[in-house]
Write a protein that binds this ligand. Structure first.
Ligand SMILES: *[C@@H]1O[C@H](CO)[C@@H](O)[C@H](O)[C@H]1NC(C)=O
Ligand SMILES: *[C@@H]1O[C@H](CO)[C@@H](O)[C@H](O)[C@H]1NC(C)=O
Ligand SMILES: *[C@@H]1O[C@H](CO)[C@@H](O)[C@H](O)[C@H]1NC(C)=O
Ligand SMILES: *[C@@H]1O[C@H](CO)[C@@H](O)[C@H](O)[C@H]1NC(C)=O
Ligand SMILES: *[C@@H]1O[C@H](CO)[C@@H](O)[C@H](O)[C@H]1NC(C)=O
Ligand SMILES: *[C@@H]1O[C@H](CO)[C@@H](O)[C@H](O)[C@H]1NC(C)=O
Ligand SMILES: *[C@@H]1O[C@H](CO)[C@@H](O)[C@H](O)[C@H]1NC(C)=O
Ligand SMILES: *[C@@H]1O[C@H](CO)[C@@H](O)[C@H](O)[C@H]1NC(C)=O
Ligand SMILES: *[C@@H]1O[C@H](CO)[C@@H](O)[C@H](O)[C@H]1NC(C)=O
Ligand SMILES: [Cu+2]
Length: 569
């Protein structure tokens, strides 16, 4: 059902420095439209591709060009696609972030994404306009290493799953609720999905055929295994809200890859997966082979109100679902457990990418707070809650197109620091904040440190997990800590030897996370909390990197906002 729709696989000759390599073009035609789907037995409207939900998977080899012709057939809604984890070196306009890298693709319009998959690994793609990811607009993107490359581990077979949380309320209802006064919270998810399949408890729903537990579409995902063999299981989370903890009943597993980078093998009985992250784990099918087992995940970081998301690890193809109870995860708010787990990921010895030989050229401290603007609930960084403009920032910066601040939003450059002495343990004393569309301008060839500082939300004693995702780069996670980051003390505690390279990093409640990257990829890159509602409520910033070195921007990414007045020379 989820076969990749490969149209063309052309061979293109690429001249490498010392030798010749063959790289393919993998080409797809994707028609985007609304569709009915019942992933958890309850039917609702989703965003589909070529009629499929979740969307098709892409598989390529590192160095291949991926070319996706997107045709938007949604009658009243524009669309973009973000290729999560792709660095887009030299092609920042293909990053697929609405109003940052391009104008969204209008109804009945088309756009062709064209980019090179640079690093092998487990990735995914998803909508990046409004809250379209929450409407089911996502799929896998797996990049295999080139044929002459030997991975540092072996396996006999592979499975790949995407985890997600799922609501019966439509994306529009959810979005309107977030912007309503008073705030209308959609609540905890109705279901947790593995590969777009889950199961809502139909007896909780009033009569009618809305919930039908015998639908094909909500048959749990099945992962067949043969006893004695070792499998690579790729796991990614596109969650809208929750952090997850994933378990393979009766099996431990060894984590070997995180966000497209090999990590020192670490064996676990359960793994935390934050929205925006991906992992590969290896497990051997060495449990009692006369029965099947659950693959399951539970919500962490929020008091769980949703049944475990389940799939079947199938040894015996005739024995159906296990009769054992669903896997139980560690206590949802045992953050010490989660921090300790996060600290276990280290770059794999043979694959350490050394840090630059110098300290940071720029430090950006980002205080994460929950705020209000005219009674509306918002999230802010250093007291600025991000709102997109109607003009893609990339083209505006490249062509010096003046973007007027509108609706009272500030276009000022946001600050690199927050007020010293801010009490992160208490709700903000002055919750009102400003909305802004300003960008952080980063010069080229700089070592940039981002110090993410968590704080109390508007509710006393509550601080949430925020998984931060950067476009256009992988960063080193130098460390995690509790309380307020103290540069003169905490810099000495960071890992400068083998920190993992990632594209997503959790920020734990009342704590800090330090990230480092080098500005070697001219572009305009969002850096944001990957929780769909948080980003929508302002929890993000934009890095405009080496604007002076930006290449010409294809005109088909423009045409909206102030770019409609731009005429290419
Ligand atoms: C694989 O082949 C490419 C192109 O010939 C070459 O650049 C690269 O170094 C090779 N890698 C290994 C691990 O042999
Ligand atoms: C489904 O809901 C019914 C009615 O509330 C309840 O009795 C039953 O235990 C639920 N089933 C599960 C698996 O939670
Ligand atoms: C439930 O779905 C099954 C299979 O699709 C179908 O045969 C049956 O008629 C449906 N039941 C109701 C009440 O709609
Ligand atoms: C998983 O690892 C733990 C800790 O080493 C061990 O106690 C447990 O027996 C292992 N479980 C399985 C199924 O191998
Ligand atoms: C079950 O597995 C056996 C052996 O691999 C195979 O021959 C058979 O067709 C499978 N049956 C089903 C229903 O998939
Ligand atoms: C960009 O536009 C501003 C305002 O119109 C002008 O002052 C500035 O010189 C322009 N910069 C470049 C590089 O063209
Ligand atoms: C945030 O901005 C508001 C309005 O300008 C101000 O009242 C408040 O003190 C600021 N808070 C912080 C933490 O700077
Ligand atoms: C917050 O925590 C403090 C210290 O544990 C406690 O004294 C206080 O009552 C808590 N406040 C609320 C609203 O729970
Ligand atoms: C930061 O750490 C230094 C060195 O341990 C200490 O002297 C200083 O008081 C700390 N600052 C704060 C604000 O805690
Ligand atoms: Cu967040």
């Amino acid at each position: 059902m989820r076969k990749p729709q490969l149209l063309v696989a052309a061979l293109v000759l690429l001249a490498a420095t010392s030798s010749l390599v063959y790289a393919k073009v993998v080409e797809y035609e994707w028609v985007v439209d609304y569709a009915w789907a019942a992933p958890d037995c309850v039917e609702k409207q989703v965003i589909s591709i070529n009629g499929e939900f979740p969307g098709p998977n892409i598989r390529s080899v590192a160095g291949d060009t991926v070319r996706v012709h997107v045709i938007n057939r949604m009658p009243t809604e524009a669309v973009v696609i973000h290729w999560h984890g792709m660095l887009q070196t030299g092609t920042p306009w293909e990053d697929g972030a609405a109003y940052v890298s391009q104008c969204p693709i209008d109804p009945e319009d088309e756009y062709t994404y064209d980019f090179v998959t640079e690093n092998a690994g487990t990735y995914f793609w998803h909508g990046h306009y409004g809250m379209q990811r929450a409407a089911g607009f996502y799929g896998q993107l797996i990049v295999d290493p080139p044929e002459n490359f030997t991975e540092p581990f072996k396996y006999d077979g592979e499975h790949s799953i995407v985890l997600n949380d799922w609501w019966h309320a439509s994306m529009i209802d959810q979005q309107l609720g977030l912007f309503s006064v008073p705030f209308r919270w959609v609540g905890e998810p109705q279901s947790l999905l593995i590969e777009g399949r889950g199961r809502y408890n139909c007896s909780l729903m009033a009569g009618g055929s809305a919930c039908n537990a015998t639908r094909e579409s909500c048959k749990l995902h099945v992962m067949p295994v043969e006893a004695g063999k070792t499998y690579r299981l790729r796991i990614a989370s596109v969650a809208s809200l929750g952090s997850f903890n994933f378990i393979l009943e009766g099996h431990n597993f060894t984590v070997v890859e995180a966000d497209g980078h090999y990590v020192e093998p670490v064996t676990m009985s359960d793994i935390d997966v934050y929205s925006g992250e991906s992992y590969s784990v290896l497990f051997t099918a060495n449990a009692d082979s006369s029965r099947n087992y659950w693959a399951g995940f539970n919500v962490r970081g929020r008091d769980p109100k949703t049944l475990t998301g389940l799939a079947v690890l199938q040894y015996v193809n005739t024995s159906g679902e296990p009769s054992t109870p669903a896997p139980v995860s560690p206590r949802w708010n045992d953050y010490a457990y989660s921090v300790a787990k996060a600290r276990q990921y280290l770059a794999r010895k043979e694959f350490i990418v050394p840090l630059p030989q110098r300290g940071p050229d720029r430090q950006i401290f980002l205080l994460n707070t929950q705020n209000r603007v005219n009674g509306r609930l918002k999230w802010a960084l250093n007291n600025v809650s991000f709102v997109p403009t109607a003009t893609p920032a990339l083209a505006a910066l490249k062509y010096n197109i003046t973007v007027e601040a509108h609706g009272g939003h500030s276009s000022a450059t946001p600050p690199d620091y927050f007020q010293e002495g801010y009490d992160i343990m208490k709700p903000p004393p002055y919750p009102e904040t400003v909305q802004g569309s300003g960008v952080y301008e980063l010069k080229g060839d700089q070592v940039v440190d981002i110090i993410l500082q968590n704080a109390c939300s508007l509710t006393a004693n509550v601080s949430e997990v925020h998984p931060w995702h950067l476009h256009g780069h992988d960063f080193w996670i130098l460390g995690y800590g509790d309380g307020v980051f103290n540069a003169s003390k905490d810099y000495a505690s960071l890992n400068y030897y083998n920190p993992p390279l990632r594209n997503t990093a959790p920020l734990f409640p009342f704590g800090w996370t330090v990230l480092r990257f080098v500005t070697d990829n001219p572009g305009v890159w969002p850096f944001h909390c990957h929780i769909e509602s948080h980003f929508h409520m302002g929890m993000g910033v934009i890095f405009a990197e080496s604007v002076d070195k930006l290449p010409d921007v294809p005109t088909d990414t423009m045409g909206c906002g102030a770019t409609k007045f731009y005429r290419s020379p």
